[in-house]
Design a protein around this ligand. Structure first.
Ligand SMILES: [Zn+2]
Length: 489
């Protein structure tokens, strides 16, 4: 028997401030992979981070800590010390926190363990260098950026989605112009929003059209999400102006070709903020049953994910449901000891959403189904037997001592009265209430059925599923049943 290979997690970090450093995510990931291989470790996962500003407010650090706690003895591989953090005290803090949690931190190129004295000395020196480099870069960049912005030139950094940078012959950025591929997408998003369409509908249309989203991320699975749409609709840069703040707090506004008028932008803002606020969806995708759909085979929840189909016409994307417990071959799943389920079928969300909704509306219009959904919620009588036992014991004790010491009746009565009162109240409370007759489900079914049949908007339908706590059960053959909970008022 050989013991399993130690587990490692790789951590890459790219910065939008250092686009010129030629040290991209792919290079970093490759160095990490080689390092893990060289040391004979199994690479469990790679945490990717894109640092967007100077703020060291990092969800990824919390993820490192969570991983360290989940997997005792985990090795963290960073490609370089300056990928741990930008400030010396933060770098040292993160390393020491990870070591405290039983993990060990390694950086490619430092052969000794960072837990050793020599390793710590090396780390302290290199984190000082990292901070020095960083502060120089940010200071220079900030001054340079602002000076350009003050001359109405696009200073630096990626343009808003829908625009591209116009450069001079030396490659220096001059201004922004609408991007031929993505500007029409931005205009279409604003048009649809101005026509009163909600962000889930807009996102759904973009997915169906196979339009790539502004920043494809792992979590959005390369698809448009409601958040992407809202982000576009909230970006005032589409009115053709972007303010930049200088190192001393002064502001310069860079102007370029607008995609919407200030009046249109203001109308969209009013529409978006005036729309009813719903509980945040449990998915970023416009999938109706997300969070309300379960596997009929293992009882687990189904996840929403993307897949695609290639035909002669090109690639079409779909949003689908599948059982979470079928993921296999993922190292993380094995380590976490996830349940496995044989429900391998992938269900297209469009079919399930429509058919599931129809089934739900049908069930909600059926008085018998509603009565069943309201069952099991009969108020039960409270149980005060423990307190009653205590009271009876105290009363018996009072009587016994009264007899023993020959106490006058008034004293005994005064001592017993409050106890008797409480006892009587508790006994009354414990009597099983007469079961309430079921509310008239015929009337409710007719009302609710008519209301639900009139809901066509995705958000409104999702709100209804939340209200009635709907659960749709899916098996290999498709929808098996729908359940809901009717609160008895
Ligand atoms: Zn399952």
């Amino acid at each position: 028997m050989t013991s399993p290979a130690p587990l490692a997690v790789g951590c890459t970090r790219v910065s939008t401030l250092q686009q010129d450093d030629n040290y991209g995510q792919a290079t970093q990931a490759e160095e990490i992979r080689m390092e893990a291989q060289r040391r004979g470790w199994t690479l469990l996962d790679t945490v990717y981070e894109v640092e967007s500003g100077a703020k060291e407010e990092r969800a990824t650090v919390a993820r490192y800590y969570a991983l360290a706690e989940q997997h005792p003895g985990l090795h963290f591989i960073f490609p370089r010390v300056d990928r741990i953090g930008r400030r010396a005290h933060l770098i040292l803090g993160i390393v020491s926190e990870l070591h405290k949690r039983g993990a060990t931190v390694h950086t490619v190129g430092i052969p000794m363990s960072l837990r050793s004295k020599e390793g710590m000395l090396m780390l302290t020196m290199l984190s000082g260098v990292a901070e020095f480099d960083y502060s120089g870069i940010t200071e220079r960049l900030h001054r340079g950026k602002y000076a350009k912005a003050a001359r109405n030139l696009w200073p630096h950094g990626s343009p808003p989605y829908g625009y591209r940078i116009v450069r001079d012959e030396r490659g220096k950025s001059l201004t922004l112009e609408p991007h031929p591929d993505t500007a029409p997408v931005v205009r279409r998003i604003f048009e649809r929003a101005l026509a009163g369409e909600g962000s889930p509908h807009i996102a759904a249309e973009l997915i169906r059209a196979g339009t790539p989203p502004p920043r494809p991320t792992k979590s959005s699975q390369g698809l448009w999400t409601v958040r992407h749409v809202l982000y576009v609709l909230a970006n005032e840069a589409y009115t053709g102006r972007r303010p930049f703040t200088g190192p001393d707090g002064e502001t310069a506004v860079v102007t370029f070709e607008p995609m919407v008028t200030p009046a249109e932008f203001a109308r969209v803002r009013a529409l978006v903020s005036g729309r009813r606020h719903h509980r945040p969806a449990r998915t970023r995708f416009p999938a109706l049953w997300a969070g309300h759909i379960r596997c009929a085979m293992c009882g687990g929840s189904l996840s929403v994910f993307r897949n695609h189909n290639d035909t002669k016409k090109g690639r079409t994307y779909y949003v689908s449901y599948r059982c979470r417990n079928t993921y296999q071959g993922s190292a993380m799943a094995v380590v976490k000891g996830m349940k496995t389920c044989t429900h391998r079928r992938i269900h297209n969300h469009l079919k399930i959403d429509e058919a599931g909704w129809a089934l739900f509306v049908q069930a909600m219009s059926d008085p018998a189904a509603l009565a069943q959904a309201a069952g099991g919620q009969q108020p039960s009588a409270p149980d005060h037997s423990a307190r009653l036992g205590e009271l009876r014991g105290q009363m018996a004790d009072i009587v016994r001592r009264a007899v023993l010491h020959g106490l006058p009746d008034e004293v005994v009565t005064a001592a017993l009265d409050p106890l008797r009162t409480e006892l009587a109240a508790l006994e009354r409370d414990m009597v099983m209430p007469v079961p309430e007759p079921l509310p008239d489900m015929t009337a409710l079914a007719a009302q609710v059925g008519a209301h639900l049949a009139g809901l066509h908007d995705l958000e409104a339908r999702r709100e209804a599923l939340d209200t009635w706590q709907a659960r749709l059960y899916l098996g290999m053959e498709g929808i098996e049943r729908v359940e809901m909970t009717v609160q008895r008022g």
